[in-house]
Design a protein around this ligand. Structure first.
Ligand code: G3P
Ligand code: CA
Length: 381
């Protein structure tokens, strides 16, 4: 617990107003490839606030995003799903029983149901069965109460935000902090939402355009674990950089649905990466695809993925870096308590030394600290 308090120290005081490496990732007119080269070689690496600052606040809440920004994140990451009336809201999956207090609302008890989500039966409450107005009556709760007990203090206090509310926050905080914050939206389960008649792509494009963010030099990366919808977004007019997410196992659900045998492992080969470069500017691999773990849980030897991706002209932003022992390689754990913080700065430093161009982290302050050690960049004061 001491470690967590240490990490939180200073949040309320002298935060930021210092230009951070990659903070406004895209200088006007720069090509996406140049952005990657700059962040990889000369200006450091991006700190992406994963679901905001989800190590310190319930994920995907405005409080979580704001804290990530104040801790020094360059980009704020919303996962996006749709409501019944087509609003894009920030949730990691359509099922909301794990991250909201919907179970405490008797008026919604009858909406509990079982659906097949990307081939898996899931029971709970689903955003596409709620209007935005109904969803706004719920409040967020901590997803991982056993590991993040301190976050449960915030249960019941924050709404489920829309993408527009996050973009409004981004604009306000960019002005206040004196640096342009980026946004890194992920389309969640696009095939599922297309089948439900609630495709995510057009609402995302319209929202980006409405906010002046559908530009090649916007501080935006649009990401997806599926491949087809990223290509569709390009065809529909997406101009921002895009990132193809990869997984250490399995295959993109759109390819599974189409009977295409390609897996994420195939996409991560040099040929697969060259194909991705036809529609995206980066990859977001599982960090284990960059440095796998040995059978005993210690860190193994880096793969060639970063090198291969850079050869294909792609930036590399692995996920997800978390400070608690339970998520760390064995040799970087501080003790046997799963929820205590371990040597999380060390882990990120080791990964930054592979040449990655950014990382998704639940604790943005740790990302800033690790980057400062590797690149000598001034971070949070
Ligand atoms: O989008 C990068 C990372 O967030 C992917 O994992 O499951 O947390 O969305 P997930
Ligand atoms: Ca995500």
């Amino acid at each position: 617990m001491t470690t967590r308090r240490t990490a939180l120290a200073g949040i309320a005081t002298a935060v930021v107003a210092v230009p951070l490496a990659g903070a406004s990732a895209a200088p006007a007119g720069a090509t996406v490839r140049a952005i990657g080269a700059a962040s990889a070689g000369r200006r450091g690496s991006l700190v992406i606030g994963h679901r905001g600052a989800s190590g310190y606040r319930p994920e995907h809440t405005l409080a979580s995003y704001e804290l990530a920004a104040r801790l020094g994140a360059d980009y704020l990451e919303p996962d996006l799903v749709s409501t019944k009336d087509g609003a894009l809201v920030c949730r990691h999956e359509p099922e909301i029983g794990g991250t909201t207090n919907v179970a405490d609302h008797p008026e919604f008890a009858a909406r509990r149901t079982t659906k097949v989500l990307d081939g898996v039966a899931v029971t709970g409450w689903f955003t596409e069965d709620f209007t935005l107005a109904e969803l706004k009556t719920l409040r967020a709760v901590e997803r991982l109460p056993a590991v993040r007990q301190e976050n449960t203090m915030w249960n019941g206090r924050f709404e489920v935000p829309t993408l527009q509310e996050l973009l409004d926050l981004r604009r306000r905080l960019s002005r206040e902090l004196g640096r342009e914050l980026g946004v890194y939206p992920e389309t969640k389960h696009p095939t599922y939402f297309q089948a439900a008649g609630l495709a995510l792509e057009q609402p995302l494009l319209k929202t980006l355009a409405r906010n002046g963010l559908n530009r090649a030099d916007a501080p935006v990366y649009v990401q997806s674990f599926e491949t087809t919808n990223l290509q569709q977004l390009r065809e529909l007019g997406l101009r921002t950089p895009a990132v193809q997410l990869l997984s250490a196992t399995g295959a993109p659900f759109d390819l599974v649905t189409a009977g295409d045998p390609r897996t994420y492992a195939d996409l991560a080969t040099p040929a697969g990466l060259r194909a991705i470069a036809g529609y995206a500017q980066g990859i977001g691999p599982d960090k284990l695809q960059v440095i796998p773990r040995n059978a005993d849980g210690t860190l193994g030897t880096p793969t060639t993925l970063v090198h291969d991706a850079h050869d294909a002209g792609l930036v590399v932003h692995p996920y997800t870096f978390r400070a608690e022992n339970t998520f760390l390689p064995v040799e970087l754990r501080s003790n046997d308590v799963a929820s205590d913080f371990g040597k999380a700065i060390d882990e990120q430093v080791i990964y930054l030394e592979t040449g990655i161009d950014g990382l998704f982290t639940d604790q943005a302050d740790i990302g800033v600290a690790a980057r400062a050690e590797v690149y000598g960049v001034v971070g949070v004061a």
